[in-house]
Structures are given as C-alpha cells and as structure tokens.
Design a protein. Structure first.
Length: 615
C-alpha cells in the first residue's frame, strides 16, 4: 500500500488535506470569535488561492474560479434585496404589511407563533432569502417594543424560513437545481431506452417529508427557544443614554391609532421612552395611563432618549404637531434627523420655539428638546431656548453643511437611522415587492432580474435614495457568502467533500435503508462544510448511483438530498439566511450547535421515516 507521503501520491493528496484543515480552522475561528466573520472567511479563501497560485495544482480552484463566487447570481440577488428591503423599511411598508398580525403580540411565545407560521408558509412559495431580508427590520423593532432580545427571534426566523422552503420545489433554489438535474438524468436514461417507469418531481413532492418535518420543527422552535437560545444584548443599552428628550407627537385624525388605548397602540412598551401626559383637542391635559383611549388630534408628550424618539417616529398614525415637518420646503426623501446644541450666540436665546419662527429661519422643524436629564414642562412650541439645549431637528441633509460656519449651534451631527419615514409611499413599496415576488414565483423573470427591476423601481419612486440603498447593503454578509462559495469549490475540486461522502456510503453496505441514511447524513455534512447548492450538486450523482447499486427507486434518495441540503442548522454559513442573522443577532457558533442540533435530528428522523413509509 502506497504511503500518502509517496512522491507520486502526495501531489494528489495535499490539496484535500489543506482544504479540510482550512475548513476546520475557519470553524474554530468562528467558534472562538478570533476575528470578524468576514475577515476569517476571506483569510481562509486566501490561503487556498495562494496555495494554488504558488503550486499550480489543478486540485484547487485557480484565483479566477476561487473568487467567482463574488459574482454569483445568488449573492448579487441578496445585495439587491437589501436595497429593496431598504425601500420597504424607509416607507414603513413592512410595518404596514405585518403590523395587523404582529402588533398584538404580547410575549416571546406569542410573538414567535405570529411570526414563524406565516414566514414558514410564505417560504414555501417564495424564495426564503427575501422573506428573511424583509422581516429583519420588523423583528428588530418588535424586539425593542416587547423588550425581547433579537437573538430570541432572528435564528428562529431563519430556521422557520428554511423549514418552509423544504416543502415545495419553489421554496428554495436548491430544490429547483435538484429538479433540473434529476429531470436531465431521466431524459438521458429514456433516450437510451430505460427509466420509462420513473416519475418526474412534482411541485409538492418534497412535502412528503418536508411538511411533517416543518410542523415538528416549528413546534420544537416555539417550545424550546426560550431555554436553548441565550439572550445576546448590546454592550450599551439605549436606556443608558442620560440625554432625555421631551417630544410631542400628534395622533393622526384618521390614523390607525384612533380608538386604541396606549397599551394597545404599543406606546407603553417602548424601551427608553415613556408617555408623560396627553393633551386633548379641547385643551384638557390628562396624565398618561395604559387604558386611556386615543382620539384624533390628541397630542402626546413623551420623554426618552434619541434612539427611542427615532423608533417612535416609525409608528404609523403619529405625526408632528401642526404638521410642521410637512410644511418644510424639502421632499421627505431629502430630510433626516439632526442633533444641534444651542450656542450662547444663537439669535433665538430667550425666545420660545414658536416666537423664534424656527421653521422659517432655519428651514428645519424642532422634533424634540433635551435639557440635561429633566423633562421640560408645557408644549414644545412654548419652550424657551437656552444655551446648551440639545435640539432634535428634522431638516435637509445639507443642514449640517449650511450651519458648519454659523454661530447659532455647536456640534451639529446627523442621527444614526434618522432617515425620515415616507409613509405615503408605503403602499407603493409594498406593490413593488409584490410584483417582484409574483414575477419570480411564476417564472416570468428570474429572481435576479426581478430584484434588479424592484431595486431600480424603489429608487426611481423615491421609496429610498441611491445613497440609502448603498448604505443598506451589509457587505460583511456578502463577503462571507462569496468566500464560502469559493471554499465550497475547493472542497469539491480537491476531493475532500467526495471522500467524506463516499466514506459514509461505504459504512451502509448494500442495505437500502442504511444507504438512504448515509446519503442524508453525507449531504448534511457537505451542506455545513460548504453551501446548500454545492452540497446538493455534489451529492445528487452519488445518491443516484447508490440507488442504482442497491436496486431501489432513486426518488426517495433525491428527496433526501433536497431536504438534507436545506437542513442547515448547525453553522452560520451553511445557508444564506443563517449568515444574514449571524451578525445582527450577535450569535456565536455554539448557539447554532446548541439550538440547531436537536432540530437537525428531528428533521432527519422525520424525513427518513416518512420516505421509508411512503416509498
């Protein structure tokens, strides 16, 4: 037997071991948070690229092939979907579409039921990546309102989308790829006079195993996530900000908040902010209580930090009193929130905001005023400006540049996430999203083409601006996905993934059930090591060959590959939606293993059991 160190053998072996070593090192680096996720992924890919470039081996992808993943259609689609979601978020479209269901959520379990069931259902008929992308900002705001850590919602969101996508051919790109390859195998066999009795995959064929696995998986998520997913909180809470603003908001006359109590409107659960009093339209001032009902033109006096004020302005049905902001001669898409500190030389010192005609003099509307950590009494327009007051202004994006050399304000700065919501464009943003999804779902356009058209439409209709669309893209997510595709190609080209898969198949011997289990396990391992699409394409020919050798119908093997390739619950980069929530939720690798391993076992046992019973 030849040694692996034999000069004739070693050139064909070392690329495989290097690739396996790099993949393991990447997993360990992610587990121990050695560096940023995108840096680790690029470093791992760089090692493989440099090794191939120096040695010229054909068993590793050359530099061009290794970085081709950054031009992958799926990756570009995700980038475009970030911009589409920005349009939905900046218009309040996602809140308008989901608010009727999620606004009544009361606790973690109730929230998960209201969120996960529709997400799983939609993911069966839409690509699950845009479903998760559209829900990310909604989940963030919902978590703040109910004081629920985002980590308790985002990973279940990703897993629910994955489960729902297993049930149909359209739910995930993996199933479509497998369907196309499987049909090609059948066509080739029929051309040779065989395979006449083999059925083609129907739209709901994956549901034989996918639907029971989804039901049991959702039950597991809802019942156990409270204990198995730790809370990952920000190092500094928004409630720790000592700067407290006094802000006025008016209830829109025909808005969705009319007739609701403060509790029902979600205004008693905003972190870092409380309702101090309500000024009725007839002039009466009442202390705020949870069971008080809101009426049109009521003015709410609230006190809170800047982040909470920004979140407050996202709520549909609340407007600036007197509609001062809309009187600005600036379109909404050119406005933003700005913090400005009043200097002792300001021309408005000693005057109230109303007397100083602030909007006319500065072309900006005062949204809130902070004076130390205390609440200011009376209406916002009656507050007398003093040196050192911090004003939260709605102004043009050029306001900071205009005031930079002036003497009225110190420390003029923009507010993070301070873009002004364009609620009047929310129905338009939703319509663009629906058209995009419909065009992709009915194969009128590829999802990439549909996403391109939707992105352009969002910008052209001013649901978001070009700069806002660019800022919305999470480049770290794209870098990780592009690097993972390159590492996946190295796993396949070096023979590492094939050796792992063949080793598992040899354990099964000639037993059909054992072979089915081995195919499923091998596909799951490949999915976690590389990506779902690459794992499916690698394992499909192996599954077909294995079924032929043991003399069984290849259909259960093919469905097993479909389900297993999507059943990525153990790592953050085995599936795109897992990667998308990884950084946002502040997760660690052990969170995926701790919560995902039982789910992976549930899906595996259910899938194998259903396929064995059905076929």
């Amino acid at each position: 037997m030849q040694s692996v160190f034999d000069p004739l053998v070693w050139p064909t072996i070392w690329p495989m071991w290097l690739t396996i070593g790099v993949a393991i090192a990447l997993l360990l680096g992610l587990a121990f948070r050695v560096a940023a996720t995108d840096l680790l992924a690029v470093t791992a890919l760089s090692i493989l690229v440099v090794a191939q470039d120096l040695t010229g081996t054909t068993l590793l992808p050359d530099p061009t092939d290794a970085v081709a993943g950054f031009g992958n259609k799926g990756l570009i689609t995700i980038a475009l979907l970030f911009a589409v979601v920005a349009g939905l978020e900046l218009t309040g479209g996602t809140e308008l579409a989901t608010g009727w269901l999620l606004s009544k959520a009361k606790n973690l379990r109730d929230t998960q039921v209201r969120m996960l069931l529709p997400v799983a259902a939609f993911s069966g008929f839409l690509n699950n990546t845009p479903v998760v992308a559209a829900m990310l900002p909604v989940v963030g705001d919902l978590g703040k309102r109910l004081s629920i850590s985002p980590s308790r919602l985002l990973l279940p969101l990703s897993y629910a989308a994955i489960l729902g996508g297993m049930c149909t051919l359209m739910g995930t790109s993996t199933n479509l790829l497998v369907r196309d390859e499987y049909n090609q195998y059948i066509a080739e066999m029929r051309a040779n006079g065989a395979a006449m009795d083999l059925d083609e995959l129907s739209f709901f064929t994956p549901a034989i195993a996918g639907l029971p696995a989804t039901i049991l998986g959702l039950l597991y998520i809802i019942l156990t996530s409270k204990w198995l997913i730790p809370e990952r909180k920000q190092a500094v809470s928004v409630g720790d900000d000592p700067q407290k603003y006094t802000v006025e908001m008016q209830v829109e006359m025909t808005g969705p908040l009319v007739g609701r109590t403060l509790q029902e409107a979600g205004l008693r659960a905003l972190p870092g902010l409380y309702v101090a009093e309500i000024q009725r339209a007839d002039g009466r001032i009442e202390p705020a209580k949870p069971d008080q009902r809101l009426f049109g033109e009521d003015i709410l006096i609230l006190v809170g930090d800047v982040d909470s004020v920004v979140d407050l302005r996202k709520i549909r049905g609340l407007i600036t009193p007197g509609d001062q902001a809309r009187k600005l001669q600036i379109p909404a898409w050119r406005r933003t929130l700005v913090e400005a500190v009043v200097s002792p030389r300001c021309s408005l010192i000693g005057k109230t905001i109303r007397e100083g005609r602030f909007r006319s003099n500065f072309n900006a509307a005062v949204v809130a005023v902070a004076r130390g950590g205390r609440r200011l009494e009376g209406k916002l327009g009656d507050v007398r400006i003093e040196p050192g007051d911090v004003l939260l202004l709605e102004a043009s994006k050029s306001f900071m540049h205009q005031q930079r050399g002036g003497s009225d304000f110190y420390l003029v700065s923009s507010v993070e996430r301070g873009e002004v919501r364009r609620h009047e464009r929310a129905p338009l943003a939703i319509a663009i999203m629906v058209v995009m999804v419909t065009a992709a779902a009915f194969d009128w356009l590829s999802i990439l083409s549909a996403a391109m058209v939707a992105t352009v439409a969002m910008v052209m209709t001013r649901c978001c601006t070009t700069s806002e669309a660019r800022r919305s893209i999470d480049w770290s997510v794209l870098i990780v996905i592009g690097s993972a595709i390159g590492i996946g190609r190295a796993m396949e080209q070096s023979g590492a993934a094939g050796e792992i898969a063949n080793g598992l198949l040899s354990i099964a011997g000639g037993n059909p059930l054992g072979t089915l289990i081995a195919v499923y396990v091998a596909t799951v391992i490949c999915t976690e090591l590389i990506t779902n699409n690459a794992a499916a394409m690698l394992m499909l020919p192996i599954a077909w060959t294995a079924a032929t050798k043991v003399g069984m119908d290849p259909m259960p093997m093919v469905v097993a590959v479909m389900i297993a390739a999507s059943a990525s619950f153990l790592t953050p980069f085995g599936y795109q939606t897992n990667t998308m929530v990884y950084g946002v939720g502040g997760y660690r690798l052990r969170d995926y293993i701790q919560f995902g391993l039982p789910l992976s076992l549930i899906v595996a046992v259910t899938t194998i059991g259903m396929l064995t019973w059905w076929y």
